[in-house]
Design a protein around this ligand. Structure first.
Ligand SMILES: CC(C)(COP(=O)(O)OP(=O)(O)OC[C@H]1O[C@@H](n2cnc3c(N)ncnc32)[C@H](O)[C@@H]1OP(=O)(O)O)[C@@H](O)C(=O)NCCC(=O)NCCS
Length: 181
């Protein structure tokens, strides 16, 4: 059942070196480990770099950090994580830091804003996510935004479901009905 919430907006700022301790603490939370059991983010290295193909953002509620989002251009990402992929896509990673903040509506508000940011770039035709195959709650979360299952794919040791939100499906959700005036 979805949570009824009063949360209407969160703000985003670039993650920076002063966030290392916070991000490392979030990395140790069981729900974050469960979603990314084989990922080891080297924040000290990553946060020193700001390549044009990546945004690392901290979401805040009234100045309190509540979550993290990474947006990449998978065609330009240097490790070629997404393999051979054409331009025009964005790929996301998202998590809420504190377990007590899960299921309060933060993720929904964050995703709405992040998807709007991605599609603001008119060259973007689709947004990708790759949750673990067994992370069924996150599948439901993404499906609510119109993401469609694309394929089951192995990324390193991770058995993942790839989901795609096309610009068309995003537009269908965000279209404002004509008031008739
Ligand atoms: C996925 C996630 C960002 C959603 O944010 P949220 O603030 O918890 O979500 P909301 O309160 O806006 O919406 C609730 C929905 O989020 C999903 N959700 C809630 N807790 C979750 C959890 N521990 N793990 C995965 N999805 C979860 C469910 O779909 C839930 O709906 P439901 O109650 O009908 O099952 C957040 O739960 C999270 O950080 N989960 C752990 C990391 C993760 O799974 N990231 C995504 C895969 S890479």
């Amino acid at each position: 059942m979805s949570t009824i919430t009063n949360i209407t907006s969160v703000t985003f700022r670039p993650a920076n070196l002063s966030d290392i301790a916070l991000l490392q603490y979030w990395d140790q939370q069981p729900h974050v480990i469960a979603a990314h059991p084989n990922d080891q983010w080297n924040w000290r290295v990553e946060l020193k770099q700001s390549p044009a193909w990546r945004k690392m953002l901290i979401a805040e509620d009234g100045g309190r950090p509540i979550g993290f989002v990474q947006i990449i251009d998978p065609a330009k990402e240097e490790s070629r994580y997404w393999g051979d992929i054409t331009g025009g896509f964005r790929a996301l990673d998202i998590w809420i830091g504190e377990e007590s903040d899960l299921g309060q509506g933060y993720g929904t508000v964050m995703m709405e804003q992040i998807l709007a940011l991605c599609f603001e770039d008119t060259s973007v035709i689709g947004v990708l996510v790759d949750p673990l195959a067994d992370n069924t709650r996150s599948h439901r979360f993404y499906e609510r935004f119109g993401f469609q299952f694309a394929e089951r794919r192995q990324f390193g040791r991770d058995d993942c479901f790839v989901y795609l939100l096309s610009r068309d499906d995003w537009m269908k959700r965000t279209v404002i009905p004509d008031s008739g005036k």
